[in-house]
Design a protein around this ligand. Sequence first.
Ligand SMILES: C[S@@+](CC[C@H](N)C(=O)[O-])C[C@H]1O[C@@H](n2cnc3c(N)ncnc32)[C@H](O)[C@@H]1O
Length: 276
Amino acid sequence: MTDANTVAQHYSKGGLLDRIKAGLAAMGASEPLDIEILAAADEFHIGGRRATVPFMKQLAMNSDSRVLDLGSGLGGPARFAAKTTGAHVTGIDLTAEFVAAGQALTEMSRLSDLVDLVEGSVLKLPFADNSFDAAYMIHVGMNIADKAGIANEAARVLRPGGVFAIYDVMQVGDDDLIFPVPWASNPSANALDKPSVYRDALAEAGFILEAEQDRTGFARDFFAALTANQTAAGGPPPLGLHLVMGAETKTMVANMVQNIADGRIAPIEMFARLPD
Ligand SMILES: C[S@@+](CC[C@H](N)C(=O)[O-])C[C@H]1O[C@@H](n2cnc3c(N)ncnc32)[C@H](O)[C@@H]1O
């Protein structure tokens, strides 16, 4: 089991926005912020922006779309979706520091008309029934044991025919995980589940699973390139996820790579839809 306080504590390091602002300054970035530069620090999942681009395409958003980002973190995927499609994106996240930094970055990117980030739990969404056309969740379910609760809430707030896309790290082997990993320093914040648990939760909530994709090959290539780049550069760039993950970043990433290589975990996408 995981609880909200343990999860929020895991992600809260303090001083995040100042670190990102310093990184942006070192990159010579000025307002309005270029979301492509920001992507190095605000896309907190395997593959970063490179994973978000093909994932979002499958949601077929446009300027009429009302979209919900479950566990929006710093809001990188939400700003990308809004900026590139004109959709209105609402993000909800448990970690107050991420929401506050995300709101500031949205203003600095001049995207406040299209992106709202609010603090709260995906298990108790403060939104009316049928209020979104599409919902997505990127690397969040690993912190939430109640997969049925996530799927039920997504089904409630989506309109009939609405799509729910998931890109999560899932358990694919039976061996114990090596900790720390980016979503949990120890087992207390970890709620990894097998793809079958997600499928069952989606089906029980009334979704029809339309597609599923294992992104392990992509993840291996991504981490190999990341390691090579950082070795060549002699360390991380001024703007990167180390600003978000903190002192344990190197170990967390190395353990994630090892857990994937050993077949314990895999990044997996699922695209599900409610009947019309
Ligand atoms: C690895 S980050 C991913 C953030 C974002 N989706 C992204 O890809 O950049 C996981 C996020 O899930 C959030 N989270 C975990 N459990 C949650 C819950 N029950 N409700 C809302 N957010 C939650 C955390 O606060 C954290 O921001």
